[in-house]
Design a binder for this molecule. Structure first.
Ligand code: TRP
Length: 457
């Protein structure tokens, strides 16, 4: 919980303790968290639509960025160990090659933060099942089953069902303020807010910041080789780090209309033009548009597009290949950052949350002082006092105040005290015989009371 960053996080979370506000605000950063599900090799569409803008945004001053590989999530879809490992490596290498600076941003692997899955359980027990029933991915699976007249949950794993809870844990464990996602993920952020709110409410403190969704309206979806949105499921992608020759071949396979060289071409609706734009400055794009109007041939246009893309990607490709040749370096980065995150945030947070929900050290349980107080209250008691006759007396009362022993009068309190001490020592009935007092209860009761006093001393 130490450190300026955490202090800022607490302040946001409604911390009301003695934090100097001027100090806190100096470190007030917005936490932006991005999860990347490792699945296959990224393509140009991922680069233009997600990787490049996210890395650019992470360079802003007042931002603390969290980028992580959602490898636990990937297990829901892919249960081939080799593929999971390979995908995780490729995606990590891709983001690093594209310029993510692991010393400036938090770059880590979900499965390296085991506290995430523990938090997931704390959220699971407050999450409404009905809310999860309405999650798009789960509902789509159910709808498909119904269409095929199968059982609602046929082939649906609990992993798919719980997907949003794990995602909420990813976000809440670092108290992220903003989560940039695609439209299909908006619902998941709303659920994360819901679970966080419930938890805060039930346990009576703002443990979690409520994350906000960020949708970048600017980011264009890139068209693929066939003019439809570039997507793995359409098999129309250009792999981000395709070697130069392969990249050239793919660019030349982009579908165009049949206009001959010399005929003016439309920029509107042209996948080729749109792709050029994604890799060019405004002036370069304007020049390309002019060339279209002037009837540039498709072959020449493709050549220009290819050079433009390759110009931007060649240095990244080189870095990517170097990284893929030394996977142990990537492993070391991910481990180091994961460990730091655990120590700075995850472990202290979970410690606090465990306490909050009542998973506590039993030796400090609340009954201990109460039991001790109860035992003390029940203890018999010698009372010494002075009567009007000027002499000193004592009596022994049980825990409830009933009279057990009554002394006669003594000349000094000291005489009375000595007899009390002797009585306390009395271990058997004989010792109670013939003293300067009378037993008001039976011998066994008096002996039991005296034993209780001895043991309590
Ligand atoms: N579900 C996200 C996706 O498919 C990946 C993801 C997992 C994520 N956990 C996250 C995104 C937390 C943002 C925050 O794209």
């Amino acid at each position: 919980m130490n450190g300026p960053v955490r202090a800022a996080g607490l302040a946001r979370g409604g911390y009301t303790g003695p934090v100097n506000p001027s100090v806190t605000s100096a470190f007030m950063t917005t936490r932006v968290l991005t999860g990347i599900t490792p699945s296959g090799t990224p393509h140009l569409g991922n680069y233009v639509g997600a990787i490049r803008p996210a890395i650019a945004a992470s360079r802003a001053q007042e931002i603390e960025s969290f980028f992580f590989l959602a490898d636990l999530h990937s297990l829901i879809k892919s249960q081939e160990p080799e593929r999971t490992q390979r995908s995780t490596l490729e995606i990590a290498a891709s983001w690093l090659a594209c310029g993510l600076d692991p010393d400036k941003v938090w770059f880590y692997r979900q499965s390296d933060i085991p506290e995430t899955t523990e938090l997931m359980w704390f959220l699971t027990v407050v999450a409404g099942k009905g809310i999860l029933n309405r999650a798009h991915a789960y509902k789509a699976a159910v709808d498909k089953n119904r269409e095929e007249q199968l059982d609602d949950d046929a082939g649906v794993t609990a992993g798919l069902f719980m997907y949003p809870v794990l995602m909420a844990a990813d976000i809440l464990i670092f108290n992220a303020d903003k989560v940039p996602v695609g439209r299909d993920q908006i619902q998941h952020i709303e659920m994360a807010r819901d679970f966080a709110q419930r938890f805060n409410h039930i346990y009576g403190k703002e443990y979690f910041t409520l994350p906000e969704v960020v949708i970048d309206e600017q980011v264009a979806t890139l068209a693929g080789l066939d003019g439809r949105k570039m997507s793995k499921s359409y098999h129309n992608t250009i792999p981000l780090f395709a070697p130069r020759e392969e990249l050239k071949k793919l660019v030349f396979s982009i579908v165009t209309d049949s206009r001959a060289p010399g005929e003016p071409k439309d920029t509107e609706g042209s996948a080729l033009f749109q792709m050029y734009q994604a890799f060019a400055t405004a002036e370069q794009t304007a020049a390309f548009a002019a060339a279209f109007a002037a009837g540039i041939g498709w072959g020449e246009a493709k050549q220009q597009l290819f050079e433009r893309i390759d110009g931007e990607l060649a240095p990244l490709r080189e870095r990517y290949n170097a990284l893929m040749a030394e996977p142990e370096k990537i492993e070391a980065i991910l481990r180091r950052r994961g460990q730091q995150l655990r120590e700075q945030f995850a472990i202290p947070l979970l410690k606090e949350l465990r306490h909050a929900v009542g998973l506590r050290d039993l030796s400090a349980a609340g009954d201990k002082p109460r039991a001790a107080a109860a035992a003390k209250a029940a203890l018999p008691l010698f009372k010494q006092y002075r009567e009007k006759d000027g002499r000193f007396y004592f009596k022994l009362l049980d825990g409830e105040g009933a009279l057990l022993v009554q002394s006669q009068g003594f000349d000094s309190p000291r005489d009375a005290g000595q007899l009390i001490a002797a009585l306390k020592q009395a271990g058997h009935g004989d010792a109670l015989q013939g003293g300067q007092y009378t037993l008001e209860a039976d011998v066994d009761t008096v002996l039991a009371a005296l034993r209780q006093l001895r043991e309590a001393d």
